[in-house]
Design a protein. Structure first.
Length: 194
């Protein structure tokens, strides 16, 4: 019972913080699905990254096309020129493989100056919805910050967190969880209204 009371208080505190920040902060996301603005996500701090061996990795193929749009159509998101990156459990720091993929993504963005992207932060299903939304936002923000250090203008990048809501894999296995802990990169030019 004490645990339930503690969880209720934490949930209430998260809700109040999110509502109060969303009233005065500008969001870097469009409001089409479950998400957290970059400013609200920074107030909901999941565990800080550690220097322990992170099992982040990079996908073998590119990704583009909104996960939410594909979900609404009952389809798998379309591939594109930008590569996905993956994260260790409960972490948002970038691995060497993720940094290498982001360097390739930055090169593509520099070669295509009209392109604007959306970085989708995703999580596996473990953890609360609120926690995973905040963690997904931090994952997307980590990728955005690194792209900016590589010379990509922040004005060309939006971030959105879908937390655990749009998994790429639905099995309850470690391999599946690993696939869901990712950032996807969407070319916003291909989406109406962006």
């Amino acid at each position: 019972m004490l645990t339930n009371l503690r969880c209720s208080r934490i949930g209430l505190a998260v809700a109040v913080a999110t509502l109060s920040l969303s009233g005065c902060a500008s969001s870097t996301t469009d409001k089409t699905g479950p998400q957290v603005s970059s400013s609200a996500a920074s107030s909901l701090s999941p565990k800080a990254p550690s220097k322990s061996k992170a099992s982040s990795s990079v996908s073998q193929g590119p990704a583009s096309g909104s996960s939410l749009d594909a979900h609404r159509q009952g389809k798998t998101p379309k591939s594109g020129p930008l590569r996905e990156i993956f994260f260790a459990f409960d972490r948002y720091e970038l691995s060497e493989q993720a940094r290498a993929a982001l360097q390739e993504n930055a090169a593509w963005l520099k070669a295509n100056p009209a392109a604007k992207i959306e970085i989708e932060g995703h999580c596996d299903e473990r953890g609360t919805t609120e926690y995973n939304l905040a963690l997904g936002a931090k994952r997307a923000r980590s990728a955005m910050d690194y792209l900016v250090t590589l010379g990509v203008s922040a004005s060309r990048i939006k971030t959105v967190s879908y937390g655990e809501e749009l998994p790429s894999c639905k099995e309850k296995t470690e391999d599946c969880y690993r696939k869901n802990r990712r950032d996807r990169f969407v070319d916003r030019r291909a989406r109406p209204g962006t």
